[in-house]
Write a new protein. Structure first.
Length: 176
């Protein structure tokens, strides 16, 4: 059985689609996220951009870690990530792919051990490999009293959608 390490983030709605992200690290400032206009106010990056930033950061940091392990200085690294949105089978937007370009600050020639690191760094990138593999995401919804109203891991009532724990007939869009 593999070792499980945990981390957490908390998102608190500020207004409309703006959320304040709080990290479980004492010295890390909070981050405001929002949806782009016209849905949101573009007050911060949205989830797709955070995903792109996470993948780009993880890859760049992994490459830098490997090079520094061998006492190499590649110069200032810059990662550029382009995300491609596409519509899935049901017409809903998805991040279809991410193109990552990593620029080394120095020419590759004088950086010893670069070839070794280029063979290895992707495999050590936690986020990129998790996204490529398609990680499990468990979702549960609780109401203000703490009552679980949705948990796909729990069986629902007969005829209810998987995981439904309360009647949702009052929602005219439910089940569409």
């Amino acid at each position: 059985m593999s070792e499980e390490m945990r981390f957490s983030v908390r998102l608190e709605q500020q207004q409309d689609f703006q959320f304040l992200v709080k990290f479980d690290l004492d010295d890390v400032p909070e981050l405001e996220v929002d949806e782009p206009k016209p849905l949101g106010n573009s007050a911060g990056p949205n989830a797709a951009r955070l995903l792109a930033a996470a993948v780009g950061n993880c890859l760049a940091a992994s490459l830098l870690f490997c090079l520094r392990k061998f006492k190499q200085d590649p110069g200032a690294i810059v990662a550029q990530v382009v995300g491609h949105l596409e519509r899935g089978d049901r017409g809903r937007l998805r991040v279809g792919s991410l193109d990552v370009l990593i620029h080394l600050g120095d020419p590759a020639g004088p950086v010893p051990r670069l070839a070794h690191c280029l063979r290895e760094f992707e495999d050590f990138c936690v986020v990129t490999q998790s996204v490529r593999r398609g990680m499990e995401v468990n979702v549960r919804v609780e109401d203000a009293s703490g009552r679980v109203v949705f948990d796909p891991r729990q069986p629902g009532e007969p005829g209810a959608p998987a995981g439904a724990r309360i009647e949702l007939e009052h929602d005219p869009g439910f089940g569409e």
